[in-house]
Design a binder for this molecule. Structure first.
Ligand code: COA
Length: 122
């Protein structure tokens, strides 16, 4: 699925490896919708709180906004996902608002939950 999405330009998935030993730590996805990229990311718990995701998201945004046709990079997170919101704030994304009942996060509830929408534009 990831390979097909990459080949058709619909989404790009990257794995995140530790530089020194190539340990797999997590991944980032960019979903493409015309001039907009939507990011999603996850890191294995053992590697949390060491700045890895901030570094990775910053790199992807810097590259994306250098591309002529990409004008907006955005992402959402559950209103209780403090870590994810903080990553987005640290990379310079702005909180644009709350998307009510945006998505189901089954580890929290079977009901759709509110999410923050963050974005950075050029
Ligand atoms: C969200 C996630 C990717 C953050 O990755 P990370 O590499 O641990 O984040 P960083 O180390 O770059 O930390 C960024 C900021 O968040 C803060 N933070 C990280 N984890 C936190 C936590 N559990 N509680 C509170 N703050 C947290 C850090 O302290 C840092 O802020 P600071 O510099 O002001 O102290 C990681 O927690 C994760 O994979 N979570 C599960 C999947 C997920 O929620 N993905 C996002 C879906 S929207």
């Amino acid at each position: 699925m990831c390979q097909l999405a990459w080949d058709t330009g619909k989404a790009f998935h990257w794995v995140i490896e530790r530089a020194e030993d190539k340990q797999l730590m997590g991944m980032i996805i960019a979903r493409v919708n015309a001039e907009k990229w939507e990011l999603g990311y996850v890191l294995a718990r053992a590697y949390w709180r060491r700045g890895y995701m901030t570094e990775a998201v910053k790199g992807i945004i810097a590259w994306a906004l250098k591309q002529k046709d990409i004008h907006r990079v955005w992402a959402v997170c559950d209103v209780d996902n403090i870590a994810s919101a903080r990553v987005m704030e640290k990379v310079g994304m702005q909180r644009e608002g709350i998307l009510k009942r945006w998505s189901v996060h089954p580890n929290i509830s079977a009901e759709p939950r509110d999410s923050y929408c963050y974005a950075i534009t050029k």
